[in-house]
Design a protein around this ligand. Structure first.
Ligand code: GLC
Ligand code: GLC
Length: 556
């Protein structure tokens, strides 16, 4: 996952980086800020002016065609953002609405007075309270309030108008025709509005996704839909089509709950809350799977559910505040160097920004020239990626993490970026890291080889294919996070992650399987036979060594 400009400068530059992707073992590239964005501030590319034309700074449609052909030639699929909740205020539809076109005004939510907006505001949260308070923006040029959930220049589309479905369905097929393989449905949870609610995760938001699935299913059936629904655990699996009856909805969804729980375990050194929270998620339909990640281009919202927190003996608000403080580096013993985001003094909420390296303590260790602390930080990064790769799902590497790139603090000094601290974790590609990737003594090289190893292990591991049931086991040691996958064809995989800073040992009889009969090895360390022994932050993937025909390994 990478920004076009940060990764390659432009589309032609991204094409030059294909050998980098191939060497790492990447087979899907999610390019951020690809299409034409609003002139001026554009929320990092999420205020889209033209759904189908690349941004001028990135290059021409011909450049995009050339890139897509080259990616496909290298067996790499392309994932692109499909920002279906809103357009920018300089998208053609918005311009025509501003010029008075009733058809185009009808594509958005517009109100003549303050009465309706205020009625909605009574139950609406704010996504960017610091940058864009409120959810409506007054446009004096047409004397209307426009619904703007995110920034004031991102106009929410009115999905209750069937014209929006037709327009967006048309764009979906055109994107597929361009050669985009995976459509990332941005902010899908926000598409339906209902008075008296928070206007997220409404049943109709799922119908919107199901309708889009039907459109691509008929017109471009190889196209994959990825739900970006950064929502609480109770709402998540619905986007994969798990309802009273199973539906065809998205094929993939961000597993933000696994991501949040992994960071939470790292902060506490305990697995209890994660086990309780993850166990509550229903199984996704067998033909869908997760998008598993450690970091992405957005902030980490501390989506700890109050009931899960209580069940594990802590308060939800207290634990969320702890995580925000811990990753800000303001908790005793924390070596994190996160940057706070969207601090909401009214609700007490705070989200967190920062690259993996900054959050796991690598930045602090480098500053202190402390090699032992750097070893620990590295082990923490490997733990997080070992969980993301071994849980099941499509694991994602966020550009920069392959070298342990730190925060781009210069963004905070740039007047155009400082207001949105998410820019600290959107650094430019580290040429220096790239040259150092084969030096296995340094941070860049050690992370590169760790991720290369995980990619190889993941590709050779059919037990991680979708369609397995995942259970989270209590192995009698809170320091150990354990997940057990049962795949009907490819057999079991048991993941063990020591989330604590000290060594521990578990009895394999705690795993609920006849280990002797099963005869697993640790796929990440096949020669290590002492499977219950877990050093600090150690991850093991236990599975039968029997080989199955599977994806060929990457040749480098
Ligand atoms: C999405 C994007 C985020 C953006 C927001 C509005 O979730 O990931 O970067 O700010 O929605 O489009
Ligand atoms: C909120 C939204 C998510 C968006 C993010 C941007 O968490 O739910 O869609 O990406 O804000 O900060």
């Amino acid at each position: 996952m990478a920004y076009v400009d940060k990764f390659g400068g432009d589309l032609a530059g991204v094409r030059q980086r294909i050998p980098h992707l191939t060497e790492l073992g990447v087979d899907v590239l999610h390019l951020l800020a690809l299409f034409a964005a609003r002139v001026g501030d554009n929320d990092g590319g999420y205020a889209v002016r033209d759904y189908l034309r690349p941004d001028e700074r990135n290059g021409t449609t011909e450049d995009l065609d050339a890139l897509i052909s080259s990616l496909h030639g290298a067996d790499i699929n392309l994932c692109a953002d499909f920002v279906i909740n809103h357009t920018s205020d300089d998208h053609d539809w918005a311009r025509q609405a501003l010029a008075g076109s009733k058809y185009h005004q009808g594509l958005f939510h517009m109100f003549d007075g303050r009465v309706e907006p205020e009625a909605y505001e009574a139950s609406l949260p704010e996504v960017f309270p610091h940058m864009a308070p409120g959810n409506f923006t007054w446009r004096s040029d047409i004397e209307k309030w426009v619904w703007t959930t995110f920034r004031e220049f991102q106009w929410d589309l009115n999905w209750s108008n069937p014209d929006v479905m037709c327009e967006i369905g048309d764009v979906a097929l055109a994107l597929a025709n361009l050669g985009v393989d995976v459509l990332r449905l941005d902010a899908i949870a926000f598409t339906w509005k209902r008075l008296g609610t928070n206007c997220q995760n409404q049943p109709e938001a799922h119908l919107v996704a199901q309708a889009l699935r039907a459109v691509v299913g008929i017109g471009a059936p190889a196209t994959v839909l990825l739900a970006e629904a950064i929502v609480g655990p109770a709402d998540l699996v619905g986007y994969l089509g798990r309802h009273e009856l199973e539906r065809h909805e998205c094929h993939l969804a961000y597993h933000n709950q696994l991501m949040v729980q992994a960071w939470s375990m790292l902060a506490t050194g305990e697995s209890r809350l994660a086990r309780i929270a993850l166990a509550r998620l229903p199984d996704p339909p067998a033909t869908t799977t997760w998008f598993t990640y450690v970091r992405c281009h957005d902030d980490i919202g501390w989506a700890i559910d109050d009931h899960d927190a209580e069940a594990s003996g802590v308060s939800g608000a207290g634990h969320r505040a702890f995580l925000a403080a811990y990753y800000r580096g303001d908790f005793p013993g924390s070596v994190a160097r996160g940057v706070p985001f969207a601090t909401n003094l009214g609700t007490g909420d705070e989200r967190t920004n920062g690259m993996t390296a900054a959050l796991v303590g690598a930045t602090a260790a480098i500053e202190a020239a402390d090699t032992d602390a750097l070893d620990v930080a590295l082990a923490r990064a490997k733990l997080l990626y070992g969980i993301a790769f071994g849980h099941g799902g499509i694991p994602v590497i966020y550009m920069g993490d392959e070298f342990g790139q730190g925060n781009d603090l210069a963004a905070l000094d740039d007047p155009e970026l400082a207001g949105d601290s998410r820019w600290v974790h959107r650094p430019a590609f580290d040429e220096d890291g790239a040259t150092k990737r084969l030096d296995v003594d340094g941070l860049a090289g050690r992370l590169w080889s760790s991720l290369r190893h995980l990619v190889d292990a993941r590709r050779a591991c059919p037990q991680l294919h979708g369609g397995a049931f995942v259970r989270y086991l209590d192995v009698g040691d809170e320091q150990v996070f354990c997940w057990r996958r049962r795949h009907p064809t490819f057999g079991d995989l048991i993941g063990l992650a020591n989330v604590g800073a000290t060594s521990t040992r578990i009895g394999l009889d705690q795993l609920g399987v006849d280990v002797a009969a099963w005869g697993p090895v640790d796929l990440l360390a096949p020669h290590d036979r002492d499977l219950g022994n877990l050093g600090p932050y150690r991850v093991r993937w236990l599975a039968s060594p029997d080989t199955y025909p599977t994806v060929p390994p990457v040749s480098t």
